[in-house]
Ligand binder design. Structure first.
Ligand SMILES: [Zn+2]
Length: 344
């Protein structure tokens, strides 16, 4: 997982994962860590084409043509190939497979720390994402659960997962994100539909504050649960909607984001939680460690344990109460009432 690394100037830094593990270990003494090993080619093929998998297997050698690099999504600075990218990607997806197997065996909660690569498409890489681990988790969980809900609270639209499952009537994808009008990947509008209304998108305008973001989520999430009645949830917990994150323009605080996680937990359904985006290094460890505690029913303390180095900037696990509220409410109300009409 730590070798899934696009280089020192790329925002997706492996240290995010290491710091999350360290903080979580220091906060919760009996958290169980499992080394998931590697995903297999068979696992990858549950969400990707054979042609794409074959390309990824050799793209790290540096011999691919420019045309093929662009065709398979490796032609931009966002997702550049590196030596060992195939093995690192299989390692990165190992947690998706192991966590799905745990849920299929009856676990109520599993957290795939390295997961959340929601932009990868079935036949090409996109937006830092080579293989779509949430889609792989969902595909494997279909062996046990008839109806699955994918919930995505990342700053960005969960476009890859949506595209892979949009014609599957047994998987609903729900994504709340900054609108595609102002942010990559430029999709995720309310008009996008899937088989039998299985695609639900909540786009928020740039600069929307966390109170509005949380209100919209809290309004629509129960409607999706009631109308679709899923048996398990895959929760993508990208934390880049935070107001400090360098990649976007939403203004969500740690506690508002955590409230969305709590709303998902309160369904009582089995949850496979994974990571996702999050590029401000003091946010990722405290938001993911806090989310795991929240999903486990543990109270998150106000302060990080003393042994955590102060230069990580995580000594306060929550943010000060936000001063600005109500931004983006008009557009959010339109989006929410669209779904209220459609789902109730
Ligand atoms: Zn993101």
């Amino acid at each position: 997982m730590m070798s899934y690394d696009f280089g020192p100037r790329h925002p997706l830094k492996p240290i995010r994962l290491a710091r999350t593990v360290t903080l979580l270990k220091s906060l919760v003494s009996d958290v169980e860590f499992i080394d998931p090993g590697f995903a297999t080619d068979q696992d990858i093929l549950t969400a990707h084409s054979e042609e794409y998998l074959d390309f990824v297997r050799t793209v790290g050698d540096g011999a691919a043509s420019k045309e093929d690099l662009f065709r398979f999504g490796f032609g931009s600075v966002d997702t550049p190939p590196f030596s060992g990218i195939y093995e690192a990607s299989l390692g990165y997806c190992g947690g998706a497979v192991q966590a799905a197997q745990q849920l299929n065996a009856g676990a109520q909660l599993a957290f795939n720390i390295s997961g959340g690569l929601h932009h990868a498409q079935g036949e090409w890489a996109s937006g830092f994402c080579v293989f779509n681990d949430p889609a792989i988790s969902l595909a494997l969980m279909k062996k046990k659960f008839k109806k699955l809900l994918y919930v995505d609270i990342d700053l960005h639209h969960g476009d890859g997962v949506q595209a892979i499952f949009q014609d599957d009537p047994d998987v609903v994808t729900l994504s709340i994100h900054e609108s595609g009008k102002t942010l990559y990947p430029g999709t995720g509008f309310v008009e996008e539909t899937g088989a039998g209304g299985t695609v639900v998108n909540l786009p928020m305008e740039a600069h929307t504050t966390g109170d509005v973001w949380l209100w919209a989520f809290a309004e629509v999430f129960p409607l999706v649960i009631d109308s679709f009645q899923p048996q398990a949830i895959v929760l993508q917990m990208g934390c880049d909607a935070h107001f400090n994150d360098p990649l976007g323009h939403l203004r969500v605080s740690v506690q508002e984001w955590m409230s969305a996680v709590r709303i998902v937990k309160e369904t009582g359904l089995p949850i496979l939680a994974c990571g996702g985006g999050g590029y401000e290094l003091s946010n990722v460890p405290r938001m993911w460690a806090g989310a795991v505690m929240t999903l486990s029913g543990l109270e998150v303390p106000a302060d990080a344990p003393k042994e955590i180095p102060s230069e990580w900037g995580v000594d306060k696990l929550f943010d000060p109460e936000p001063l600005e509220r109500g931004h983006g409410l008009g557009y959010a109300q339109e989006v929410v009432s669209f779904w209220q009409t459609k789902l109730s």
